[in-house]
Design a protein around this ligand. Structure first.
Ligand code: SER
Length: 395
């Protein structure tokens, strides 16, 4: 079995052999002055260099970057979504163009990782009113013998409404049984693993596109998704990286259904990594994202049995996570914050139940009720909604 560590080594060696220097992984917290809450993709720490500043390690780079995305929180528990995940990446800062990048991508997946060419499908940018179709990528894939599906919005990568952007080409691998069929947009058993962005423009606030004087190539490959394919597991949660979670949690808090095990593993692990990057739970900003994650995890944990507690969690799971991400924070400090948040949330729920048992709140709640509960009793709307659901289930 090819392990997660071996996958990372294979990727980096492949790109090192092709002149790329390894950039160390950065924290999930972007540098001071960056308005973004968390690093959401491998290219994020490289933004100034993609905009033209010379990078001290040169024009060909590779990395493994931890990322956090909360846009898909409700999807976590399915086969592919994670809150904290790792992205392998390769970059050409104004060096080689799109075609070599796609060819290397194909070579590494097929020869390096043993994925059959017949299980691959790609998408390319088909053009819109501002930018023409990405003929170069299309031609390259045709020459390599990989089927191509053109799309418009799905194949335009941007980092937000303004800033760096460009057409991209995404590589999908068939994860269903038997011979692949359909296309990436018609069958979700085509799983996207690697995105190659031809980063050629900066978008201005008026929507216009300014070509970069030195266009880049930015690629990002979701590590856990690739390993899932290489290890042939049903979901990302069954890969070697998650084994300690999957073997420990169901024994610790039985009975737990599969989705709850996945959610608890994801949210707990993500909270530990965020704490490892020295974020402190708080009512706003990064700390709020962390607090929400911990509270979502606790509501899942307590749904069937309110006596369950994070104090049951073996310290080895915290150590394993901090160790994997090479974070130096002491595991006992992380555990202390988790237990403190658990205690706070327990008290808040207790107070919320008392307040909501008042006659005034028996019917459906109005916006004024929610505002009053928040402003006077410190009960956030999502918590009140949670308690209402709890009431509805009990009655
Ligand atoms: N920026 C692209 C992505 O996040 C490729 O790195 O998918």
């Amino acid at each position: 079995m090819i392990t997660t560590d071996h996958t990372v080594r294979t990727f980096h060696e492949f790109f090192r052999d092709r002149g790329h220097e390894l950039v160390p992984s950065e924290s999930l917290v972007p540098s001071p002055g960056d308005p973004v809450l968390f690093t959401t993709s491998g290219m994020h720490p490289l933004t100034p260099y993609l905009l033209g500043r010379p990078h001290p390690l040169g024009r060909r780079l590779t990395s493994l970057q931890r990322c956090l995305r909360t846009t898909d929180l409700d999807e976590v528990g399915d086969d592919t979504h994670l809150t904290v995940f790792e992205m392998l990446g390769s970059w050409s800062l104004g060096d080689y163009g799109g075609s070599p990048s796609l060819r290397w991508g194909c070579e590494l997946l097929c020869d390096g990782f043993g994925i059959d060419l017949g299980r691959m499908h790609v998408t390319v940018f088909g053009g819109d009113e501002q930018v023409g179709p990405d003929h170069e990528s299309w031609r390259t894939w045709d020459e390599l013998g990989v089927p191509v599906e053109p799309t418009t919005h799905e194949n335009w990568w941007s980092n937000g409404p303004t800033g760096l952007c460009g057409p991209d080409s995404e590589i999908f691998v068939w994860t269903g049984p038997g011979t692949p069929h359909g296309t990436p947009t018609t069958d979700d058993r085509w799983v996207e693993v690697w995105n190659h962005v031809m980063m050629r423009y900066v978008r201005h606030p008026d929507g216009s596109l300014e070509p970069l004087s030195r266009p880049n190539i930015d690629t990002g490959l979701g590590l856990e998704r690739l390993v899932r394919i290489l290890q042939g597991t049903r979901s990302v949660f069954e890969i070697d990286l998650f084994q300690p979670w999957l073997t420990t949690l169901p024994r610790l808090w039985e009975p737990l259904d599969e989705t709850s095990v996945r959610r608890l593993s994801d949210h707990l692990r993500s909270s530990i990594v965020v704490l490892g990057d020295l974020v402190v739970p708080s009512p706003t900003g990064r700390g709020h994202v962390l607090r929400r994650l911990i509270r979502r995890m606790l509501t899942t944990l307590w749904r069937d049995d309110p006596t369950r507690s994070l104090s049951d969690l073996p310290i080895e799971l915290i150590e394993h996570t901090l160790g994997h991400f090479r974070q130096s924070r002491h595991p006992h400090d992380v555990r202390t914050v988790l237990l403190d948040e658990e205690r706070r949330f327990g008290l808040l729920l207790h107070r919320g139940r008392q307040v909501l048992s008042h006659r005034r709140f028996t019917g459906p709640l109005s916006d004024d009720d929610y505002r009053y509960l928040h402003d006077t009793h410190g009960l956030p709307r999502d918590l009140v909604v949670y308690l209402e659901t709890e009431n509805a289930t009990e009655t």
